[in-house]
Design a protein around this ligand. Structure first.
Ligand code: AMP
Length: 338
């Protein structure tokens, strides 16, 4: 599938058998769906990346990969326009990772903030792997293979992207070539969407990010009943016991989701603050809005069995490989092993 549109590269790790949650959608996927109109999108399921933080138990990566791909398509990525592919099935990712690791300083990798965080999380007897340290080099390979105009990412990924650019420049300088052009960050600026809160709060009673590791997620594949039950137990203003008590929508998970999914959120927030409505009504109305929003996702997902998603992945992987193998030919020529 050749296209004259500028390319962008995007992707998520295949870490969760439940697939993607509302945070993944609002913080990244929603933007990718819109970008399809103006860009040729290469969208990866990053299965190799999942191995860097998986711990001891090998997950069923094939299963998780298909679940993530089903979420991509059900949320609106169009396989006719977008190449949806699997990282490990395009071997050029691993090959370029190896080559780029030769031009990447160790110090740079050790200074990446997310490496330090992940290393500290693992400190309870789990050895730090070379793969974890080299994660940004694999990410640089993922990006640079497609010579993209830009990369849409969540704000948390910005330091990695800068490092990817530096690695591309280092390669060009080391081999006196221009194989890798510069690319831009495409960051969606919406504050709430870039940090969607989960259903619960932290030790200090503050809303925290929706994340698989906190088990506080609403998944794109949740049924209407699962969504209703989760909203039922979602955190609300703790001092609002009776309907007439004033609410604090900024600190209430249900009100935050109303802001995202209800066209009437301003009225709902104002009534909540004034004690004119209770949490039960908020939850009921949110359940309706969110289930209405997720309805089309569920309909599309119901049409996607394993065979049809594999077909989509096969075609997308072939398209991605076509481009990636051309870049690798240029890389081999630059390092004079062609
Ligand atoms: P992860 O699988 O955690 O690496 O997340 C994949 C993408 O989803 C990244 O671009 C994150 O920035 C985004 N993301 C994850 N959780 C949230 C959240 N709670 N709110 C907004 N974006 C999120």
């Amino acid at each position: 599938m050749s296209s004259d549109k500028p390319r962008i590269l995007s992707g998520m790790r295949a870490t969760n058998p439940r697939g993607l949650h509302l945070g993944n959608y609002e913080g990244a996927l929603r933007n990718w769906v819109h970008l399809q109109d103006d860009f040729k999108v290469y969208c990866m399921v990053a299965d190799y990346h999942a191995l860097t933080t998986m711990g001891d138990l090998p997950p069923n990566l094939g299963f998780i990969t298909r679940e993530v791909a089903k979420d991509y398509v059900s949320a609106g990525l169009d396989p006719q326009r977008t190449s949806i592919f699997v990282q490990s099935r395009v071997p050029e990712h691993a090959e370029l990772h190896l080559v780029l690791s030769m031009v990447t300083g160790l110090g740079k990798l050790e200074r990446v903030p997310t490496y330090k965080e992940k290393k500290d999380e693992l400190s309870s007897g789990h050895p730090v792997s070379y793969g974890l340290l080299g994660y940004p080099v694999l990410q640089a390979a993922d990006i640079l293979l497609y010579k993209p105009y830009g990369v849409p990412v969540g704000k948390d990924q910005a330091p990695h992207l800068e490092l990817s650019r530096e690695i591309g420049r280092s390669f060009n300088a080391a081999f006196d070539c221009q194989v890798f052009p510069e690319f831009k960050d495409i960051i969606d600026g919406d504050e709430l969407r870039s940090k969607v809160p989960g259903l619960d709060v932290d030790d200090q009673g503050q809303l925290r990010k929706m994340s698989k590791s906190y088990d506080n997620c609403i998944y794109l594949s949740d049924t209407a009943d699962q969504v209703a039950a989760k909203i039922q137990s979602a955190f609300t203003t703790p001092t609002k016991i009776k309907k007439t008590d004033p609410g604090i929508p900024e600190g209430c998970a249900v009100c935050q989701y109303l802001k995202l999914y209800s066209p009437d959120w301003k009225t709902q927030w104002s009534e909540d603050q004034q004690g004119l409505r209770g949490c039960v009504q908020n939850k009921r109305e949110l359940t309706e809005c969110l289930n209405e929003f997720l309805g089309p996702f569920r309909e599309k997902r119901a049409q996607l069995d394993d065979a049809s998603i594999e077909e989509i992945l096969k075609r997308g992987t072939e398209e991605a490989r076509e481009f990636a193998s051309q870049t690798m030919r240029e890389v081999r020529k630059a390092i004079k092993i062609d």
